[in-house]
Write a protein that binds this ligand. Structure first.
Ligand code: DGJ
Length: 746
């Protein structure tokens, strides 16, 4: 890993043998972007990449010079206003109202390791050998605003992590109206823009469109990263597949309003910018103040989307997620939400827990409805103490009884919200986000606390700290069930109202940081009406997240498949629920519901006492199976093999680090009759090893990867007793275990 600086040509080359990133200080002292992609050999200059020519209708930088035009140059961190008409990375509003700045190179330094980003989640190193960081300083001399651009290159990953830190070293206030985490100019536009988009109950579907002139973007303005668009996009070549071709991933480690856009200019240059959404964002920087942008993580793959995803999986699993649970297989849990909703008593919960324990389930999670006056979704939010009318022994007593059964106890909270009908709201009606004189919109009868106010976060922290200290709680499900509207803070001055949304999310991070530090062994699972805030920012605090409120196995194929584009299996909350399913009324086999849920953290969300004995026996077997294979599934290398967005068959697999064990999940959406034979080419195996499939026949890794695994099912076979021996929503798991290393030459 090297970060070169060539003094004569003023060129920076960051390379680790996998990727190269090249920046040059241009003639006007701005930073130019020369290259990002597969590693290239170093040389003293890459000046041939700075192409300047005279063209009509161009604004030139220097009097008498008809060539040097910012508009034609690939910029590193472009500013608004001086002849670059594309979307900027930075826009600073000044005392006189001007938004024009001129950020010129001032200095740079290279440090070992990776600095922490104050108050923000970010990837990290465990030792200084793991990464190097280039800090490039540029300054606008008129305002005195300095920007430190941070580039962290990881030693053995094709990853570059970027962010920007602003410091006002001038004499006047300025306002940051646009402060992106990254900007990247690529020399052509032959890319597809891939995004993960959807809505509640159908999060993170994969969409790809070829770039065209103009801007394509995804964003959130809701106060959370949202169900609708994930802060993650990919630029991939049109021919790129899961296994071959170029792809560049862009992922923002942030949970609030974001934007990710690709702009193709009139010379087919593609500019990617990613960061805090500038819509209604404005951050006042008084003299001496600083502002740190969230981090954006770029991954380059020359070998397709699976390779790109695997880099994100490992990075986010090991160098974004933190703490006690980071490397541990996740407990198999039972959650009572779809079993009881608000209708439970302590005895009912305990009876579900007892049955769960008998099947080997490790943790019981009590969802919504245990606190304040929470009998339905109209009251109680904000009052984080138990409802003793419903739970006579409180949370302390219930947790104790669950522990006595030999299980761990987990609890649901939604700490960012209040209902009007709550003690907290009655005591502090001014703590909610509301605009004076305006209507207050609600979502699910609830209102959003102003987490930009420290006293609000302190108060919630105290309630939760008491709860977690008193009761034996091993897991917290942190929910968040509405978007922010009428954004305004009662404690901020008029010229700081553009800070509300970002301050809100900083408050959320602050509470997460305080709780996870005070209770390091508690496993946090994030949730936002399912996957409404499923992003890398939250993953820094909560190593797993509830992927979606849609628990139907067939729907989950798309949701989980899309989610794996960026996020590791170990962070994907997935449960077996009842059939017919509560969201779509679809009936699916018990086996398939588990076969889908295994590819996640795994648990159950149904009334086990309502299951016939035959299904309970299946639960027992499933739990035993997951205990044996969760390490491979959650921490192995994951491959997408057949996409639910493209066909009737879905397939994916996980391979252990040592390539000795693999678990393949195969799913068929609709059944057919007299269907073709089928096979799936596996991935990630050792060609030279022989794998025994489900304790039966053995095949070499090379056969399984190049010829394929035979997956033909009953729909491609003979009728049995006059009917097809397969069904809709069928599925299979294949367990591959190495039996022998193959002799040379076989
Ligand atoms: C939304 C979550 O996504 C559900 O799992 C459940 O916890 C409900 N909220 C409870 O209100």
């Amino acid at each position: 890993m090297s970060i070169y600086f060539e003094e004569k040509s003023r060129t920076f080359h960051l390379t680790n043998g996998m990727i190269s990133y090249i920046i040059k200080v241009l003639r006007n002292d701005h930073l130019g972007q020369l290259y990002f992609g597969k590693a290239v050999d170093h040389r003293e200059d890459f000046d041939y990449l700075v192409e300047i020519v005279q063209r009509s209708m161009t604004i030139y930088a220097y009097p008498g010079d008809m060539k040097f035009a910012i508009e034609h140059l690939k910029q590193e961190y472009p500013a608004y206003g001086s002849g670059d008409y594309r979307q900027p990375a930075v826009r600073v509003i000044q005392k006189n109202g001007s938004a024009v700045t001129d950020f010129i190179y001032e200095s740079h330094r290279v440090i070992d390791g990776k600095p922490k980003l104050e108050g923000l989640p970010a990837t990290y190193c465990e030792s200084d050998e793991e990464a190097q960081t280039l800090i490039l300083t540029v300054r606008d001399s008129l305002t005195g605003v300095k920007i430190e651009l941070l580039y962290t290159l990881f030693a053995d990953r094709p990853v570059l992590a970027r962010s920007a830190r602003f410091v006002n070293e001038g004499a006047d206030d300025v306002y940051l109206d646009e402060a992106m985490s990254l900007s990247l100019d690529l020399p052509d536009c032959d890319y597809e823009f891939m995004q993960l988009s959807g809505a509640w109950c159908r999060e993170r579907y994969i969409y790809s469109t070829h770039l065209r002139p103009g801007i394509q973007s995804v964003e959130s303005t809701r106060g959370a990263s949202s169900h609708n668009h994930n802060p993650f996009v990919v630029l991939k070549r049109p021919h790129t597949t899961e296994d071959a071709g170029e792809a560049i991933g862009f992922s923002l480690v942030y949970s609030g309003n974001f934007i990710a856009r690709a702009e193709v200019d009139h010379y087919d240059v593609t500019r990617v910018t990613m960061g805090i959404n500038p819509l209604n964002f404005s951050w006042k920087l008084e003299p001496g103040e600083s502002f740190q942008t969230p981090e954006a993580v770029m991954v380059y793959s020359a070998n397709g989307l699976n390779a790109m995803s695997q880099v994100y999986h490992k990075l986010y699993q090991k160098r974004l997620a933190r703490g006690y649970w980071r490397d541990r297989p996740r407990p198999i849990l039972i959650n009572n939400w779809e079993a009881t909703y608000f209708d439970f008593t302590e005895e009912k919960l305990l009876s579900i827990a007892r049955t769960a324990k008998d099947q080997g389930i490790e943790m019981f999670v009590l969802d919504d409805g245990w606190y304040g006056n929470r009998i339905n979704d109209k009251s109680g939010l904000g009052d984080w103490y138990p409802n003793l009318n419903r739970l006579e022994n409180g949370i302390v007593g219930l947790a104790e009884r669950i522990e006595e059964l030999g299980m761990k106890f987990g609890l649901w909270i939604e700490p960012e919200m209040v209902n009007f009908d709550s003690d907290l709201y009655r005591a502090h009606p001014d703590w909610v986000i509301q605009t004076p004189g305006r209507r207050m919109s609600h979502g699910r009868n609830q209102y959003v606390l102003d987490y930009g106010r420290k006293e609000v976060v302190d108060c919630i922290y105290e309630m939760l700290e008491k709860l977690l200290s008193e009761a034996k709680i091993s897991y917290i499900k942190w929910d968040m069930n509405r978007s922010i509207s009428e954004a305004f803070s009662g404690v901020l001055a008029a010229d700081r109202q553009g800070e509300v949304m970002h301050r809100y999310i900083l408050g959320v991070y602050d509470l997460y940081e305080r709780l996870t530090s005070a209770f390091p062994q508690v496993l946090f699972e994030s949730c936002a009406s399912g996957g409404g805030r499923f992003d890398p920012g939250i993953l820094y605090y909560a190593p797993q997240g509830w992927v979606s409120d849609d628990t139907d196995a067939c729907e989950r194929l798309k949701i989980q498949y899309g989610t794996t584009m960026c996020y590791p299996i170990s962070c994907m909350g997935s449960h077996v629920s009842i059939s017919p399913n509560h969201q779509v009324r679809r009936a699916t086999p018990m086996k398939t519901r588990a076969n889908v849920a295994y590819f996640g953290t795994f648990g159950y969300e149904l009334d086990l006492n309502a299951l016939p004995q035959e299904e309970l026996d299946m639960v027992k077997d499933q739990v035993a199976f997951m205990k044996e294979y969760r390490e491979v599934i959650q921490y192995g290398t994951f491959y997408r093999l057949a996409s639910p967005f493209e066909g009737n068959i879905v397939c994916w697999m996980c391979v252990s680090e040592d390539q000795n064990v693999a678990v393949v999940g195969w799913y068929k959406i609709l059944n057919g009759v007299n269907m073709p034979f089928s096979r799936v080419r596996l991935q990630g195996l050792d060609e030279k090893k022989s794998y025994c499939i489900d304790g039966g026949e053995s095949y070499s890794g090379s056969e399984l990867m190049h010829i394929g695994l035979i997956t033909s099912d009953g729909s491609a076979g003979e009728l049995v007793d006059g009917v097809i021996p397969s069904c809709d929503f069928d599925s299979r798991l294949y367990i591959l275990k190495v039996d022998v290393d193959l002799p040379e030459g076989r």
